[in-house]
Design a protein around this ligand. Sequence first.
Ligand SMILES: Cc1cc2nc3c(=O)[nH]c(=O)nc-3n(C[C@H](O)[C@H](O)[C@H](O)COP(=O)(O)OP(=O)(O)OC[C@H]3O[C@@H](n4cnc5c(N)ncnc54)[C@H](O)[C@@H]3O)c2cc1C
Length: 296
Amino acid sequence: MYDIIIIGAGPAGLTAGIYALRANLKVLIIEKESIGGQISTSPLVENYPGYKSISGLELSNSMYEQYNALGGELEVDEVTKIKKDDDFTVTTEYDEYRAKSIIIATGAKHRHLNIDREEEFIGKGLSYCATCDGAFFKDKIVAVIGGASTAVTSAIYLSNIAKKVYLIYRKSKLKCEDILKTRLDKLENVEIIYNSEVTKLIGKDVIEGLVLNDSDTIEVDGVFVSIGMEPNTKFVEGLIPITEDNYIDSLDTKTNIEGIFVAGDVRKKDLRQLTTAVSDGSLAATYAIDYIRSTK
Ligand SMILES: Cc1cc2nc3c(=O)[nH]c(=O)nc-3n(C[C@H](O)[C@H](O)[C@H](O)COP(=O)(O)OP(=O)(O)OC[C@H]3O[C@@H](n4cnc5c(N)ncnc54)[C@H](O)[C@@H]3O)c2cc1C
């Protein structure tokens, strides 16, 4: 029996693990893919306090080393179900585990365009996060793909950094709040291109341009894909309420079930970044520690 099982070894899960181990608890992290979560795929992180510049892989490896050095256990497996009984039973693809408390830190995935060369250009001009990578495009030409609030917010954010911003949307009307549209319309360096889909990414080693609707080409130095995220919450359906866009809604990492906490990008929130993920992880662990001690 573990004190805490943490689902997901991204920054939120690893931080929760470090806090729980330092409180002398027996901790297991279950991770279905790669240690470090999303950030392990990022070539460069420049907004995490304490590091002027570090690769995402190096940063996440050092988080894991810290967890491991404290005696944290890790299983590579996918959690498919959580059941509440006297404690909790966690079912994975290959096994079953028991714990007194659970922290869900399963993150989210940025939706991809699913076109040729997309994976190849990640970190070479193509990004899914304006807050993370916008600063690399000072005085350059960038395109934001998408038309909902996040895409419009990204375009507004980038207009303060880049020389020119194209906002490319496949429909004829943006799907954002009016206030954002009003703000966008005032920006002279933003051009909205409606009824257009990106059909090709062009470039030798880095992104140099885009083809729209298989016909028009525009030259860009950077592309920000902002067509939504897919939170990993399928395995809690029916147990914990999820929002219509599939996030777990929790103001302070507590869920509707005593003993289950949630941390990181999988939570409904306004900013999905490393700093907010580690913040959630530490808070969720603190509540889980309190919960375990109060039920002893
Ligand atoms: C390319 C890229 C660049 C980024 N750059 C920056 C940056 O520069 N600065 C910044 O602050 N943020 C950046 N971000 C965002 C940042 O990475 C995320 O906000 C952060 O990783 C969220 O951490 P998390 O632990 O909540 O979730 P994640 O990192 O998504 O980790 C969740 C983990 O849970 C695992 N998991 C999911 N479902 C299951 C399951 N059923 N069973 C077991 N395991 C499961 C996943 O495999 C994953 O490893 C970037 C993101 C990307 C994709």
